[in-house]
Design a protein around this ligand. Sequence first.
Ligand code: FAD
Ligand code: UDP
Length: 368
Amino acid sequence: MAQYDYLIVGAGLWGSVFAHEATKRGKKCLVIDRRPHTGGNTYCENVEGINVHKYGAHIFHTNDKNIWDYVNSFVEFNRYTNSPVANYKGELYNLPFNMNTFYQLWKVRTPEEAKAKIQEQVKEAGITDPKNLEEQAISLVGVDIYEKLIKGYTEKQWGRKATELPDFIIKRLPVRFTYDNNYFNDKYQGIPIGGYNKLTEGLLEGIEVRLDTDFFKNREELSALAETVVYTGQIDEYFGFSHGSLEYRSLRFDNQLLDQENYQGNAVINYTDAETPFTRIIEHKHFEFGTQPKTVITHEYPSEWTTGAEPYYPVNDDKNTEVFSKYKELAQNEDNVIFGGRLAEYRYYDMHQVVGSALKKVKVHFGE
Ligand code: FAD
Ligand code: UDP
Protein backbone atom coordinates (compact mmCIF):
# COMPACT_ATOMS: atom_id res chain seq x y z
CA MET A 1 0.00 0.00 0.00
CA ALA A 2 1.39 3.40 -0.98
CA GLN A 3 1.64 6.03 1.74
CA TYR A 4 -0.24 8.70 -0.23
CA ASP A 5 -3.07 8.65 -2.72
CA TYR A 6 -1.45 11.39 -4.80
CA LEU A 7 2.06 12.68 -5.32
CA ILE A 8 1.64 16.12 -6.83
CA VAL A 9 4.71 17.34 -8.70
CA GLY A 10 4.62 21.14 -8.73
CA ALA A 11 3.13 23.47 -6.13
CA GLY A 12 1.96 26.00 -8.74
CA LEU A 13 -1.68 26.90 -9.15
CA TRP A 14 -2.64 23.75 -11.06
CA GLY A 15 -1.02 21.40 -8.56
CA SER A 16 -2.36 23.37 -5.59
CA VAL A 17 -5.96 23.32 -6.85
CA PHE A 18 -5.74 19.60 -7.54
CA ALA A 19 -4.21 18.93 -4.11
CA HIS A 20 -6.88 21.00 -2.38
CA GLU A 21 -9.74 19.29 -4.18
CA ALA A 22 -8.37 15.78 -3.69
CA THR A 23 -7.81 16.47 0.03
CA LYS A 24 -11.37 17.79 0.28
CA ARG A 25 -12.48 14.42 -1.09
CA GLY A 26 -10.66 12.59 1.71
CA LYS A 27 -7.50 11.74 -0.22
CA LYS A 28 -4.00 11.97 1.17
CA CYS A 29 -1.66 14.16 -0.89
CA LEU A 30 2.03 14.94 -0.92
CA VAL A 31 3.01 18.03 -2.91
CA ILE A 32 6.60 18.53 -4.00
CA ASP A 33 8.31 21.41 -5.75
CA ARG A 34 11.87 21.90 -6.82
CA ARG A 35 11.70 25.57 -5.95
CA PRO A 36 12.14 26.74 -2.35
CA HIS A 37 8.53 28.01 -2.22
CA THR A 38 4.98 27.17 -3.27
CA GLY A 39 2.86 29.14 -5.74
CA GLY A 40 4.82 28.41 -8.94
CA ASN A 41 4.99 31.49 -11.12
CA THR A 42 2.47 33.40 -9.01
CA TYR A 43 4.88 33.54 -6.04
CA CYS A 44 5.48 36.97 -4.50
CA GLU A 45 8.39 38.09 -2.35
CA ASN A 46 7.83 40.77 0.25
CA VAL A 47 10.33 43.62 -0.11
CA GLU A 48 9.85 46.65 2.16
CA GLY A 49 6.16 45.79 2.49
CA ILE A 50 5.69 45.49 -1.28
CA ASN A 51 4.60 42.20 -2.86
CA VAL A 52 7.10 41.70 -5.65
CA HIS A 53 5.78 39.36 -8.36
CA LYS A 54 8.94 37.31 -8.52
CA TYR A 55 8.21 35.57 -11.83
CA GLY A 56 6.50 38.40 -13.69
CA ALA A 57 3.42 40.53 -13.16
CA HIS A 58 0.27 38.53 -12.50
CA ILE A 59 -3.22 39.97 -12.83
CA PHE A 60 -6.14 37.63 -12.24
CA HIS A 61 -9.08 38.01 -14.62
CA THR A 62 -11.98 35.81 -15.56
CA ASN A 63 -15.50 35.84 -16.95
CA ASP A 64 -16.45 32.79 -14.96
CA LYS A 65 -18.20 33.63 -11.71
CA ASN A 66 -17.54 30.15 -10.29
CA ILE A 67 -13.79 30.57 -10.77
CA TRP A 68 -13.90 34.09 -9.32
CA ASP A 69 -15.87 32.92 -6.28
CA TYR A 70 -13.52 29.96 -5.92
CA VAL A 71 -10.33 32.05 -5.70
CA ASN A 72 -12.07 34.66 -3.52
CA SER A 73 -12.99 31.93 -1.06
CA PHE A 74 -9.28 31.68 -0.19
CA VAL A 75 -8.36 35.36 -0.31
CA GLU A 76 -10.26 38.52 -1.10
CA PHE A 77 -9.24 40.24 -4.34
CA ASN A 78 -8.85 44.01 -4.76
CA ARG A 79 -10.31 46.14 -7.59
CA TYR A 80 -7.08 46.55 -9.57
CA THR A 81 -7.70 47.05 -13.29
CA ASN A 82 -4.74 46.55 -15.55
CA SER A 83 -4.13 49.52 -17.89
CA PRO A 84 -0.61 49.27 -19.25
CA VAL A 85 0.96 52.18 -21.08
CA ALA A 86 3.18 51.66 -24.14
CA ASN A 87 6.36 53.66 -24.58
CA TYR A 88 7.45 53.76 -28.22
CA LYS A 89 10.66 55.74 -28.59
CA GLY A 90 9.54 58.13 -25.84
CA GLU A 91 5.97 58.57 -27.11
CA LEU A 92 3.29 57.23 -24.77
CA TYR A 93 0.19 55.32 -25.90
CA ASN A 94 -2.63 53.70 -23.97
CA LEU A 95 -3.20 49.98 -24.18
CA PRO A 96 -5.04 47.89 -25.14
CA PHE A 97 -5.83 49.35 -28.55
CA ASN A 98 -8.77 51.67 -27.92
CA MET A 99 -10.08 55.15 -28.69
CA ASN A 100 -7.37 56.74 -26.52
CA THR A 101 -4.68 54.96 -28.55
CA PHE A 102 -6.33 55.90 -31.85
CA TYR A 103 -6.55 59.56 -30.80
CA GLN A 104 -2.90 59.56 -29.68
CA LEU A 105 -1.81 58.10 -33.02
CA TRP A 106 -4.07 59.74 -35.55
CA LYS A 107 -5.98 62.48 -33.66
CA VAL A 108 -9.24 60.75 -34.61
CA ARG A 109 -12.02 61.48 -32.13
CA THR A 110 -14.90 59.19 -33.04
CA PRO A 111 -15.21 55.41 -33.46
CA GLU A 112 -16.29 55.99 -37.05
CA GLU A 113 -13.10 57.93 -37.85
CA ALA A 114 -10.96 55.31 -36.11
CA LYS A 115 -12.60 52.42 -37.95
CA ALA A 116 -12.20 54.22 -41.28
CA LYS A 117 -8.49 54.78 -40.60
CA ILE A 118 -7.93 51.13 -39.71
CA GLN A 119 -9.96 49.88 -42.68
CA GLU A 120 -7.96 52.08 -45.03
CA GLN A 121 -4.71 50.58 -43.73
CA VAL A 122 -6.00 47.01 -43.79
CA LYS A 123 -7.17 47.46 -47.38
CA GLU A 124 -3.80 48.86 -48.40
CA ALA A 125 -2.03 45.88 -46.80
CA GLY A 126 -4.25 43.55 -48.87
CA ILE A 127 -4.61 40.83 -46.24
CA THR A 128 -7.81 38.83 -46.59
CA ASP A 129 -7.03 35.57 -44.82
CA PRO A 130 -4.52 36.22 -41.95
CA LYS A 131 -2.22 33.25 -41.41
CA ASN A 132 0.26 34.41 -38.79
CA LEU A 133 0.64 36.97 -36.00
CA GLU A 134 1.78 39.77 -38.31
CA GLU A 135 -1.11 39.35 -40.74
CA GLN A 136 -3.59 38.92 -37.91
CA ALA A 137 -2.36 42.07 -36.17
CA ILE A 138 -2.44 44.19 -39.32
CA SER A 139 -5.93 43.01 -40.19
CA LEU A 140 -7.15 43.88 -36.68
CA VAL A 141 -5.56 47.30 -36.15
CA GLY A 142 -3.73 48.37 -39.31
CA VAL A 143 -0.08 48.99 -40.12
CA ASP A 144 0.66 52.01 -37.85
CA ILE A 145 -0.26 50.21 -34.63
CA TYR A 146 1.44 47.06 -35.82
CA GLU A 147 4.69 48.91 -36.53
CA LYS A 148 4.72 51.02 -33.35
CA LEU A 149 3.08 48.89 -30.71
CA ILE A 150 3.24 45.26 -31.81
CA LYS A 151 6.12 44.27 -34.09
CA GLY A 152 9.06 45.36 -31.89
CA TYR A 153 7.54 44.07 -28.66
CA THR A 154 6.45 40.76 -30.15
CA GLU A 155 9.73 39.99 -31.87
CA LYS A 156 11.69 40.80 -28.67
CA GLN A 157 9.31 38.78 -26.54
CA TRP A 158 9.34 35.67 -28.71
CA GLY A 159 12.75 35.93 -30.41
CA ARG A 160 11.06 35.07 -33.67
CA LYS A 161 9.65 37.01 -36.62
CA ALA A 162 5.99 37.92 -36.19
CA THR A 163 5.36 36.09 -39.46
CA GLU A 164 6.50 32.86 -37.79
CA LEU A 165 4.23 33.16 -34.75
CA PRO A 166 0.67 31.87 -34.28
CA ASP A 167 -2.10 34.43 -34.57
CA PHE A 168 -3.81 33.48 -31.29
CA ILE A 169 -1.09 35.30 -29.32
CA ILE A 170 -2.25 38.69 -30.56
CA LYS A 171 -5.94 37.80 -30.21
CA ARG A 172 -5.33 37.92 -26.45
CA LEU A 173 -5.45 41.72 -26.62
CA PRO A 174 -8.78 43.54 -26.94
CA VAL A 175 -9.38 46.08 -29.70
CA ARG A 176 -12.22 48.39 -28.77
CA PHE A 177 -13.81 51.53 -30.04
CA THR A 178 -14.52 53.09 -26.66
CA TYR A 179 -12.27 55.21 -24.44
CA ASP A 180 -11.52 52.30 -22.14
CA ASN A 181 -7.96 51.36 -21.11
CA ASN A 182 -8.90 48.12 -19.34
CA TYR A 183 -6.46 45.49 -20.68
CA PHE A 184 -9.01 42.70 -20.21
CA ASN A 185 -12.60 42.25 -21.33
CA ASP A 186 -13.42 39.91 -18.45
CA LYS A 187 -16.11 40.70 -15.90
CA TYR A 188 -13.91 40.01 -12.90
CA GLN A 189 -10.36 41.23 -12.30
CA GLY A 190 -8.06 41.94 -9.38
CA ILE A 191 -5.06 41.07 -7.26
CA PRO A 192 -5.29 39.07 -4.02
CA ILE A 193 -5.21 41.51 -1.09
CA GLY A 194 -1.92 40.72 0.62
CA GLY A 195 -0.48 38.96 -2.43
CA TYR A 196 -0.79 35.70 -4.37
CA ASN A 197 0.92 33.62 -1.70
CA LYS A 198 -2.28 33.86 0.31
CA LEU A 199 -4.09 32.07 -2.49
CA THR A 200 -1.74 29.10 -2.77
CA GLU A 201 -1.19 28.93 0.99
CA GLY A 202 -4.98 28.77 1.38
CA LEU A 203 -5.24 26.02 -1.21
CA LEU A 204 -2.44 24.02 0.41
CA GLU A 205 -3.51 24.50 4.01
CA GLY A 206 -3.15 21.23 5.94
CA ILE A 207 -1.43 19.47 3.02
CA GLU A 208 2.09 18.08 3.29
CA VAL A 209 4.53 19.97 1.05
CA ARG A 210 8.20 19.22 0.43
CA LEU A 211 10.16 22.06 -1.13
CA ASP A 212 13.57 21.94 -2.83
CA THR A 213 12.52 18.50 -4.02
CA ASP A 214 13.06 17.70 -7.68
CA PHE A 215 10.99 14.79 -8.95
CA PHE A 216 13.72 13.74 -11.36
CA LYS A 217 16.42 13.54 -8.72
CA ASN A 218 14.50 10.77 -6.97
CA ARG A 219 11.89 9.67 -9.44
CA GLU A 220 11.33 6.04 -8.51
CA GLU A 221 11.33 6.53 -4.78
CA LEU A 222 8.96 9.49 -4.97
CA SER A 223 6.59 7.77 -7.41
CA ALA A 224 6.44 4.73 -5.15
CA LEU A 225 5.08 6.91 -2.34
CA ALA A 226 1.71 7.36 -4.04
CA GLU A 227 -0.95 5.48 -6.01
CA THR A 228 -1.15 8.25 -8.59
CA VAL A 229 1.28 10.91 -9.73
CA VAL A 230 -0.06 14.33 -10.72
CA TYR A 231 2.59 15.94 -12.88
CA THR A 232 2.66 19.68 -13.64
CA GLY A 233 6.27 20.07 -14.85
CA GLN A 234 7.59 20.09 -18.42
CA ILE A 235 6.13 17.22 -20.43
CA ASP A 236 9.26 16.73 -22.54
CA GLU A 237 11.36 16.39 -19.38
CA TYR A 238 8.95 13.75 -18.00
CA PHE A 239 9.58 11.59 -21.07
CA GLY A 240 13.34 12.12 -21.01
CA PHE A 241 13.19 14.42 -24.07
CA SER A 242 12.71 11.25 -26.14
CA HIS A 243 11.04 13.19 -28.98
CA GLY A 244 13.43 16.12 -28.59
CA SER A 245 13.15 19.31 -26.54
CA LEU A 246 10.14 21.54 -26.76
CA GLU A 247 11.03 25.21 -27.07
CA TYR A 248 10.13 27.70 -24.37
CA ARG A 249 10.69 31.42 -23.96
CA SER A 250 12.41 32.45 -20.80
CA LEU A 251 12.77 35.79 -19.04
CA ARG A 252 15.35 37.56 -16.93
CA PHE A 253 14.03 39.84 -14.22
CA ASP A 254 16.22 42.71 -13.08
CA ASN A 255 14.75 43.94 -9.76
CA GLN A 256 15.69 47.27 -8.20
CA LEU A 257 14.66 48.77 -4.88
CA LEU A 258 14.47 52.53 -5.31
CA ASP A 259 14.49 55.14 -2.60
CA GLN A 260 11.54 57.01 -4.06
CA GLU A 261 7.81 56.66 -3.65
CA ASN A 262 6.61 56.46 -7.23
CA TYR A 263 8.87 55.68 -10.18
CA GLN A 264 6.62 55.46 -13.24
CA GLY A 265 3.07 56.12 -12.04
CA ASN A 266 1.71 52.84 -13.38
CA ALA A 267 2.19 49.14 -12.63
CA VAL A 268 3.08 48.21 -16.21
CA ILE A 269 4.86 50.19 -18.93
CA ASN A 270 5.67 48.31 -22.14
CA TYR A 271 8.62 49.33 -24.31
CA THR A 272 7.43 48.48 -27.77
CA ASP A 273 10.36 49.48 -29.99
CA ALA A 274 12.86 46.91 -31.22
CA GLU A 275 15.95 48.69 -29.83
CA THR A 276 15.13 48.78 -26.08
CA PRO A 277 16.36 45.40 -24.86
CA PHE A 278 13.62 44.85 -22.27
CA THR A 279 9.89 44.47 -22.95
CA ARG A 280 8.41 46.08 -19.86
CA ILE A 281 9.06 47.77 -16.53
CA ILE A 282 6.83 46.64 -13.68
CA GLU A 283 6.36 48.81 -10.58
CA HIS A 284 4.89 46.29 -8.17
CA LYS A 285 3.37 48.52 -5.49
CA HIS A 286 0.74 49.84 -7.90
CA PHE A 287 -0.94 46.42 -8.07
CA GLU A 288 -2.04 46.96 -4.50
CA PHE A 289 -2.20 50.78 -4.45
CA GLY A 290 0.87 50.82 -2.20
CA THR A 291 1.91 53.94 -0.33
CA GLN A 292 5.29 52.71 0.97
CA PRO A 293 8.10 55.30 0.93
CA LYS A 294 10.19 53.09 -1.38
CA THR A 295 9.39 51.25 -4.59
CA VAL A 296 10.51 48.11 -6.41
CA ILE A 297 10.76 48.05 -10.18
CA THR A 298 11.57 45.16 -12.50
CA HIS A 299 12.96 45.31 -16.01
CA GLU A 300 11.83 42.23 -17.92
CA TYR A 301 14.28 40.87 -20.50
CA PRO A 302 13.10 38.03 -22.75
CA SER A 303 15.52 35.24 -23.64
CA GLU A 304 15.57 31.84 -25.28
CA TRP A 305 15.14 28.96 -22.88
CA THR A 306 18.15 26.75 -22.26
CA THR A 307 18.55 23.94 -19.71
CA GLY A 308 18.54 25.37 -16.21
CA ALA A 309 16.53 28.49 -17.10
CA GLU A 310 12.86 28.84 -16.18
CA PRO A 311 10.52 27.77 -19.02
CA TYR A 312 8.01 30.63 -18.81
CA TYR A 313 6.18 30.50 -22.13
CA PRO A 314 5.47 27.56 -24.45
CA VAL A 315 6.24 28.45 -28.06
CA ASN A 316 3.13 27.14 -29.79
CA ASP A 317 4.37 27.37 -33.36
CA ASP A 318 3.89 24.57 -35.91
CA LYS A 319 7.18 22.84 -35.18
CA ASN A 320 6.61 22.64 -31.42
CA THR A 321 2.94 21.76 -31.78
CA GLU A 322 4.00 18.71 -33.74
CA VAL A 323 6.58 17.65 -31.15
CA PHE A 324 4.06 18.22 -28.36
CA SER A 325 1.48 15.99 -30.06
CA LYS A 326 3.95 13.08 -29.76
CA TYR A 327 4.40 13.71 -26.04
CA LYS A 328 0.66 14.01 -25.63
CA GLU A 329 0.26 10.57 -27.11
CA LEU A 330 2.83 9.16 -24.68
CA ALA A 331 1.01 10.89 -21.80
CA GLN A 332 -2.30 9.32 -22.80
CA ASN A 333 -0.75 5.87 -22.51
CA GLU A 334 0.89 6.49 -19.15
CA ASP A 335 -0.87 4.63 -16.33
CA ASN A 336 -1.61 6.30 -12.99
CA VAL A 337 -0.25 9.67 -14.02
CA ILE A 338 -2.32 12.81 -14.48
CA PHE A 339 -0.76 15.63 -16.51
CA GLY A 340 -1.91 19.22 -16.05
CA GLY A 341 -0.90 22.88 -16.15
CA ARG A 342 1.05 25.24 -18.35
CA LEU A 343 4.15 23.08 -18.68
CA ALA A 344 2.61 19.61 -18.87
CA GLU A 345 -0.07 20.70 -21.35
CA TYR A 346 2.34 23.04 -23.16
CA ARG A 347 -0.35 25.72 -23.29
CA TYR A 348 -0.26 29.49 -22.92
CA TYR A 349 -2.68 29.26 -19.98
CA ASP A 350 -3.68 32.22 -17.82
CA MET A 351 -4.35 31.65 -14.12
CA HIS A 352 -8.13 31.46 -14.43
CA GLN A 353 -7.72 28.85 -17.17
CA VAL A 354 -5.36 26.87 -14.93
CA VAL A 355 -7.89 26.92 -12.09
CA GLY A 356 -10.65 25.93 -14.52
CA SER A 357 -8.57 23.15 -16.06
CA ALA A 358 -7.60 21.68 -12.67
CA LEU A 359 -11.20 21.80 -11.39
CA LYS A 360 -12.41 20.11 -14.57
CA LYS A 361 -9.75 17.40 -14.32
CA VAL A 362 -10.75 16.75 -10.71
CA LYS A 363 -14.40 16.29 -11.72
CA VAL A 364 -13.53 13.86 -14.51
CA HIS A 365 -11.02 11.99 -12.38
CA PHE A 366 -13.42 11.54 -9.48
CA GLY A 367 -16.27 10.67 -11.83
CA GLU A 368 -18.49 13.57 -10.72
P1 FAD B 1 3.67 26.84 -12.70
O1 FAD B 1 3.25 28.05 -11.97
O2 FAD B 1 4.82 26.93 -13.64
O3 FAD B 1 3.97 25.71 -11.62
C1 FAD B 1 4.65 24.52 -11.93
C2 FAD B 1 5.51 24.17 -10.72
O4 FAD B 1 6.07 22.88 -10.95
C3 FAD B 1 6.68 25.13 -10.51
O5 FAD B 1 6.64 25.65 -9.21
C4 FAD B 1 7.92 24.26 -10.75
O6 FAD B 1 8.99 24.60 -9.90
C5 FAD B 1 7.38 22.88 -10.42
N1 FAD B 1 8.14 21.80 -11.06
C6 FAD B 1 8.39 21.66 -12.37
N2 FAD B 1 9.13 20.57 -12.59
C7 FAD B 1 9.33 20.00 -11.38
C8 FAD B 1 10.04 18.85 -10.95
N3 FAD B 1 10.71 18.07 -11.79
N4 FAD B 1 10.05 18.56 -9.62
C9 FAD B 1 9.41 19.35 -8.73
N5 FAD B 1 8.74 20.46 -9.10
C10 FAD B 1 8.70 20.78 -10.40
N6 FAD B 1 -1.69 34.56 -15.87
C11 FAD B 1 -2.73 35.41 -15.64
O7 FAD B 1 -3.86 34.96 -15.46
N7 FAD B 1 -2.51 36.75 -15.57
C12 FAD B 1 -1.29 37.32 -15.75
O8 FAD B 1 -1.16 38.54 -15.68
C13 FAD B 1 -0.19 36.44 -15.99
N8 FAD B 1 1.04 36.95 -16.17
C14 FAD B 1 2.08 36.10 -16.40
C15 FAD B 1 3.35 36.66 -16.58
C16 FAD B 1 4.42 35.83 -16.80
C17 FAD B 1 5.78 36.44 -17.00
C18 FAD B 1 4.24 34.42 -16.88
C19 FAD B 1 5.40 33.52 -17.14
C20 FAD B 1 2.99 33.87 -16.69
C21 FAD B 1 1.89 34.70 -16.48
N9 FAD B 1 0.62 34.20 -16.28
C22 FAD B 1 -0.44 35.05 -16.05
C23 FAD B 1 0.34 32.74 -16.35
C24 FAD B 1 0.39 32.04 -15.00
O9 FAD B 1 1.67 32.17 -14.44
C25 FAD B 1 0.07 30.57 -15.21
O10 FAD B 1 -1.17 30.39 -15.84
C26 FAD B 1 0.03 29.74 -13.94
O11 FAD B 1 0.86 30.22 -12.94
C27 FAD B 1 0.43 28.33 -14.30
O12 FAD B 1 0.31 27.48 -13.21
P2 FAD B 1 0.91 26.02 -13.29
O13 FAD B 1 0.67 25.40 -11.96
O14 FAD B 1 0.43 25.34 -14.49
O15 FAD B 1 2.48 26.23 -13.56
N1 UDP C 1 1.86 42.57 -27.37
C1 UDP C 1 2.36 43.56 -28.16
N2 UDP C 1 2.56 44.80 -27.63
C2 UDP C 1 2.28 45.09 -26.34
C3 UDP C 1 1.77 44.06 -25.53
C4 UDP C 1 1.58 42.80 -26.07
O1 UDP C 1 2.64 43.35 -29.34
O2 UDP C 1 2.49 46.23 -25.91
C5 UDP C 1 1.68 41.22 -27.98
C6 UDP C 1 2.91 40.34 -27.79
O3 UDP C 1 3.03 39.51 -28.91
C7 UDP C 1 2.55 39.54 -26.57
C8 UDP C 1 1.06 39.31 -26.79
O4 UDP C 1 0.61 40.53 -27.36
O5 UDP C 1 3.29 38.34 -26.49
C9 UDP C 1 0.26 38.99 -25.55
O6 UDP C 1 0.42 40.03 -24.61
P1 UDP C 1 0.19 39.82 -23.07
O7 UDP C 1 0.27 41.14 -22.41
O8 UDP C 1 -1.06 39.03 -22.91
O9 UDP C 1 1.46 38.94 -22.69
P2 UDP C 1 1.92 38.24 -21.31
O10 UDP C 1 1.47 39.14 -20.19
O11 UDP C 1 1.28 36.89 -21.32
O12 UDP C 1 3.40 38.20 -21.46
